[in-house]
Design a binder for this molecule. Sequence first.
Ligand code: G16
Length: 613
Amino acid sequence: MESLHGPLKREGGGVREEGGGAVASPPCRTTLRITQGCPPQVLCLSLSLGFKMVKVSTVQTKPYTDQKPGTSGLRKRVTVFQQNQHYAENFIQSIISVIEPAERQAATLVVGGDGRFFMKDAIQLIVQIAAANGINHLVIGQNGIMSTPAVSCVIRKLKAVGGIILTASHNPGGPNGDFGIKYNISSGGPAPEGITNKIFEISKGLQEYHICPELKVDLSKIGKQTFEVDTFKPFIVEIVDSVEAYAEMLRGIFDFAALKDLLSGANHINVRLDAMHGVVGPYIKKIVCEELGSPANSAVNCVPQEDFGGHHPDPNLTYAADLVNTMKSGEYDFGAAFDGDGDRNMVLGKHGFFVNPSDSVAVIGANITSIPYFKKTGVKGLARSMPTSGALDNVAKALQMQLYETPTGWKFFGNLMDAGKLSLCGEESFGTGSDHIREKDGLWAVLAWLSILATRKQSVEEIMKDHWQKFGRNFFTRYDYEEVDSDSANKMIKDLEAQMSDPSFVGKQFSSGDKTYKVAVSDNFAYTDPVDGSVSKNQGLRIIFSDGSRIIFRLSGTGSAGATIRLYIDSYENDAQKIYQDPQVMLAPLVDIALKVSQLHERTGRTGPTVIT
Ligand code: G16
């Protein structure tokens, strides 16, 4: 069995420590026990060193009907997890129940989170429930901290059966904020719909769960702790450095010498990285500051906090306003912010020049040879989620690469990567990544951009403008209407779909100002996975006009209260005179049409969006 601390010793017996602290350690007393369930020909003796036995209890519970994982795990208010009896226990049991009992005996599960309020409580529950359900080995980030991309990396490195990530991503934290639990599979990626549906089905019928209530681990001490569960089965908890395995992976992907020269050489650039009090802080400190030599003041908000300092750990122009304002001063050449669990990123150039995430992945695609990893692996294909702008399509076409359009949700990229069809992908929701792991990866995206800067020796703005000159520009915006009344939101979407399904809708013309658009396609996006043939329906309402411009409506799958309506607009322009215009000005007619067709404001009682990107 693999371990981040070398081979695991699997003897039974109370609690053993190797370089770490276990807390269940009463005075030593030697006893000889005959292990139950052993084949008769083998006399199974377990020499217990007399530590307190860890007992399994079975607890009666009542099922909840609302534990359906959304776009990325189960996300609810902290109070839902805290105040509803057995709520978290039920969901954790439902996750572990999808791992076959026979598989559990040799199974390693990786556990980590973004440091938010309730994370440590949830980790202790996972330890207790995993032990009671016969999982053999847990690998947990020190103090519970491990970014989502790092969990994906460690699952793959250890060939673990999967992982449990405690995060609500970019949603606020603290006692009144959000909490989330997400299951990733052995590929390192989020569980696909087949598995999340199974978890949901189990949760709806759950009558009992198994737990070792006395078992507690010290999350602060790196090392292995071995426990003896009821039937003398050893249960191993390994606390690991949160950063090292991930840092080692990045060293194999990028040219660290070139990055070091860019960040701390004679002609270095100044960067400003804002961890927004999320999990990525320790990763930035160790990799960008300590290893690549960027000065300490180039990294801010790097200590993870349970409430993210009272802010939304959401790297966009609204919630990362501090970074945007700092960048406007012109002191820094490159800026980036990350979300709570470190998988999202926002890239800014000098003076706050904003790189739209849809453009970001397109630029990385067009400059992919700046990243040594892709020279080794080649580029197998590109992908974006449906609402993401078509900027990546232009690159794929020019470079003659295969382009896939998937539903929203990183999990849809995993199958393509596992089948060797996909190397680079991105989403409009500030997610960028590659097949080095099976999650989007904020710090990877930043090092990808820095690699391009190191190669091209141009500013972010020059690179972006040069890109638009070469490929044309997809103007893109997203309007978010958060915490809308769910019934009003569902009814609006339903009525809009009915309107769009009328055969006369295609061919209809819509005007705003001096612009007129003719509907070419209108549908509710459905996706057939090219690898396993599975079909995902109802992935967003699309109105596609004859010039290729698109209006898309979707209900978010990551909110924790009410509904979030997302309106996306994408429109291509290759007239060199127009490509530098303000997207909000360029897209105003399409926004106007979208609001008129949907009656969004009238139907929801809103006068404007919560966030505009
Ligand atoms: C998750 C998914 C992303 C998705 C995003 C937004 O990100 O992993 O693939 O684009 O949610 O989804 P929605 O539009 O349904 O809210 P994260 O960073 O929240 O885990």
